[in-house]
Design a protein around this ligand. Sequence first.
Ligand SMILES: [Zn+2]
Length: 312
Amino acid sequence: MKKTLLAAAATIALTAPTLADGVQINQLHRYTSGHTAWNTNSFWIEGDDGVAVIDAQLLASDARRLATQIKATGKRIAGVIVTHPHSDHFGGLAALKDEFGDFPIYATQGTADHFEGTHKQMLASYQMPNAFAEPLDERLVMPTNIVSGGDTIAIAGISFNIHDLGAGEAANNLVAYQPDLNVVFAGDTFYPFAHYYIGEGHIDGALEHLAFLKATFPADTYVMAGHTDPNRIASADPQIGYIKRFIEVVKEARAAEGALDANGRLTREARGAAVTKLMADYAHYDDFSFGSQTILTWNSFGVEAWLMAQKD
Ligand SMILES: [Zn+2]
C-alpha cells in the first residue's frame, strides 16, 4: 500500500511541476475536434485559479465541449492565446465567452489584423452549403491583448514566451514556449505527417519557421501542433521534406512543354497531373476530410505563385 502511495506521489511530481512563484501546473490537456472540423487542437493548462487555453476551435459545438471539460475542473478561463488568424483557431471564441464570460485573448498584431478578413471569407466559403452540419458562429470576437515577439506573458500564473514568426502557414504565426513543461505550442507552424497547408504562398516563411523551431529548441522538445498529434521537434524534417518536394514537383510541371496557360500558370491538366503525383508520394497523409486533391490543389497555387514571384 505504502509503495502504491509513493508511486502515485512520484507520478504527481512528474506531471505537476511547481513554478517559481508557487503556482502549480497540474496538467496539460488537449481537446481535438472531429475530422470534419479538421482535427483541430486546443490545449489547456490548469493553473491554481484558472486555465490557460491555446487556440479556440472552429465550431461552437467543439468550443462548448471544450468548455465542459474545463468546467469539470471548477476553474475559469484566465486567458486564450490564438496562434494565427485562421478561423479553425478562433471561431469558437464567442461560444467560449457564452460559457465563461469575458477573458483576455492574446494574439500578435499581425494575427489581429487578419481576424476580420478570414472570418468573412470563412462565412462566405463554408456557410452555404453547410460543410459542418452546424452553422459557423457569425459573431467575431477580436483579440484584446496584443503580444509581441520576445514577450513573456502569464496566464493563471503560467508563463509563455512568445515568438512572432511572421507569415508562413498563415498571414502571421506565433509559437508560445512554456518553460516549466518544456513544451512548444506551435499552432499551424508545425504539423508533420499530414497535408501541410501552404496555399497562401508564404513558402519562405513556412520553411524559416520550421528552421527556427529546430534552431531554437532541442530536438526532443515536444511540439503541440495545431492539427495532428504532438510530435518532437525532430519531426520538422519530414514536414520540410514535404514542402521541398512540393516545390520540386510544381517546378518540374511548369517546365514541361505546353504546361502553362495564357496567364503563365499551370493548365488544369498539368496541375492535375502534378497533384496526382504528389498524392501518390504522400498517400498515407491525412487530408482533414477536404479530400487530398483539394488541399494539394490549393498548395499547388500557393507554391506556383511563390515560384512566379521569384522570377521577377
Ligand atoms: Zn488550423
